[in-house]
Design a protein around this ligand. Sequence first.
Ligand SMILES: [Fe+2]
Length: 312
Amino acid sequence: MADVDYTQLEKRLGKQLLARRLKIQSHHVVRLFGAGRARLHIGNIRILHRIMRRTLKVLGIYRIGYRNAMNLRVEQNEVFFSGLPQAFDGFRILHISDAHIDDNPKLLSIIQDKAGNLDYDICVFTGDFREGTFEDYRIPSQHMAELVQNLNAPVYAVLGNHDCIEMVPLLESAGIRILLNERVVFERGKASLYLLGVDDPHYYETDDLEKATEGMPNDAFCILLAHSPQIIRKAAFSGVDFYLCGHTHGGQTCLPGGHPILANSRCRKDQRKGAWKYHRLQGYTSRGAGTSSVNVRFNCPPEITVHTLRCK
Ligand SMILES: [Fe+2]
């Protein structure tokens, strides 16, 4: 990892948060047990994956689960806001989360095909580009570079708990602007729309919403990208209007009716997937495009989502 310019990353993320991220990344214990707001990480126990895969094969349902995992849906989510500037009425965001692309590169062409037919103003990724936390991060970064080549709008993203900070320069050179507790502003005439992104709040706890919102006008219309739903309450009382996240995979393996067996995040039940509201904050938790641990899904189809913003 000697080729990475940590000075630039330190300027953007801050000395303390970068140091924390790097320490956690290299700490052996977190391979099994979580840091910050996380607990046990089943995703890092390889032997358990093999047992799960073998069990599903013996039960004869692995192929069904794999087919489900490849059956990517395009979800449409129309959201109404009283504070949205008129100039941004109809603004479309393509939202892709949890691709875990190194675990299943076949998804690349599936996402490209589905996204190719869609209209959107910007594309956002809410983290977990990769699956193998301890494998070479260059591989998923290359896959992502291939994927975004065919997206026809500016691309913004935040890192997830599976992503390392060293991926930032590679992803950015591919055209994906990573928001490390940072923001960008879109302008149409005199109207502005703020897009904020925080670093992973689940595993690394390197999110800094205060820094991302610093100096922003009080009445600004503001969209937040965060990997997980864990800072919803804070966002709601920090002036965020729309919160986009993933991480939960919607449960990935669910009981009939879509009830997750594992929650994978400390949040309200209704915030684990799909559209939700918390006080005046509206949000959406993506079920994700990819899979983690084992390439199967049950009662929980993968998704990419088009959010259309509307004035109330
Ligand atoms: Fe994920």
